[in-house]
Design a protein around this ligand. Structure first.
Ligand SMILES: [Fe+2]
Length: 256
């Protein structure tokens, strides 16, 4: 599997705190069946807890972790990226190289503040698309407009945006309400990618791709799950063709 969203680089943001934690996350991910991780620290311009982000630091941490994985004989490929905060100026910061797309691709991982409106999210997304980027939206299940109406994701999906569900939401580690929403999104074609968004080896949002895949297998079958955990993520990394399923209308949604 390919995990397109993980805070595995140490001492950059609120993810792994030390190199030892980063190695522990790598080991746990491999045990879950992951072969490639996109290391995507927060690239927020203003939040002080994440102010340590810089592309230079990201590459330094990546080099350190790759060396540690070689020394420990852990077979895991790492691809650089950024979890880009969808705010004014983000497209320009990306163009100037302060924020990174996935590896050598044109694809970007974008998150929003949780209270953003559908219209505002679409404006940000379409600005990236106008600049010829493929957009992956991080954890759509966390945004209020999605919790209010899951169908609100459909217009973006129909314009080629990819929605990344977090494994922990699907396996129930974020509560029953979040699990219900995650299952609803997944079973209605509103999710194109499953990733861990892992922040550490032991606390919330774990490297649990194997558990997430097992639950997805039960809900949508093995072939569809392989698309979300392997084939679409691979196409994201190499700008390949992606033809996701058409979203189905969610009926009688009463909130999560
Ligand atoms: Fe994240």
């Amino acid at each position: 599997m390919i995990d397109l969203h993980a805070h595995i680089l140490h001492a950059v943001d609120d993810g792994a705190r030390t190199l030892a934690e980063a190695v522990a996350m790598a080991r746990a991910s491999v045990a879950q069946g992951v072969t490639t991780i996109a290391a995507t620290p927060h690239g927020h311009s203003s939040v002080s807890a994440w102010a340590g982000y810089s592309v230079i630091k990201l590459h330094d941490r990546l080099d350190e972790l790759r060396a540690a994985l070689r020394a420990e004989r852990i077979a895991l490929e790492l691809v650089p990226g950024t979890e880009i905060f969808g705010e004014p100026g983000a497209v320009e910061r990306l163009r100037q190289g302060e924020l990174l797309p996935y590896g050598e691709s044109k694809a970007v991982l974008v998150e929003f503040h949780f209270g953003i409106t559908q219209a505002a999210a679409e404006q940000v997304v379409f600005a990236f698309q106008r600049a010829r980027h493929r957009v992956v939206i991080a954890h759509p299940e966390r945004y209020r407009f999605v919790q209010d109406d899951p169908n609100s994701l459909s217009p973006m999906i129909e314009r080629g945006v990819l929605m990344q569900l977090t494994g922990d939401a699907l396996v129930g580690n974020q509560g029953e309400g979040m699990r219900h929403l995650a299952e609803t999104l997944l079973t209605h074609g509103l999710i194109q990618i499953i990733a861990s968004d892992a922040h550490g080896p032991h606390h919330n949002r774990l490297p649990n791709m194997g558990q997430a895949r097992a639950r997805a297998n039960e809900l949508i079958g093995v072939d569809a799950t392989d698309l979300l955990t392997q084939h679409i993520p691979a196409a994201v990394l190499n700008d390949g063709l992606i033809a996701p399923a058409t979203p189905q209308q969610v009926q009688r949604w009463s909130g999560r």
